[in-house]
Design a protein around this ligand. Structure first.
Ligand SMILES: [Zn+2]
Length: 90
């Protein structure tokens, strides 16, 4: 698979680089100021070390992280959390 085809692929996890480096499952723009969302990359953090599902506003909004997740991923997380609570109830 060449680089361009890879960038068009549907992401399957947080480790998959997003097509065109834009959010795939959520809107591309900050809900507060409408500026574009960019990867959440700490200062001095290498590009290959970032999570590709975490986005922040490119403007000067408050520090929110937007998770680029498919709704089915949230469903799986909800199930895992509810199982954990059931197992750890007193
Ligand atoms: Zn913003």
């Amino acid at each position: 698979m060449n680089f361009v085809d890879k960038l068009k692929q549907v992401p399957t996890s947080a480790a998959d680089r997003r097509p065109m480096d834009r959010p795939y499952f959520i809107r591309n723009n900050c809900p507060i100021c409408e500026k574009s969302l960019v990867y959440c990359q700490e200062e001095n953090e290498k590009f290959e070390d970032i999570w590709f599902d975490e986005f922040v506003c490119s403007g000067n909004c408050e520090y929110w992280i937007y998770f680029d997740w498919a709704s089915s991923w949230w469903q799986k997380l909800k199930v895992k959390i509810s199982i954990w609570f059931r197992r750890n109830e007193k």
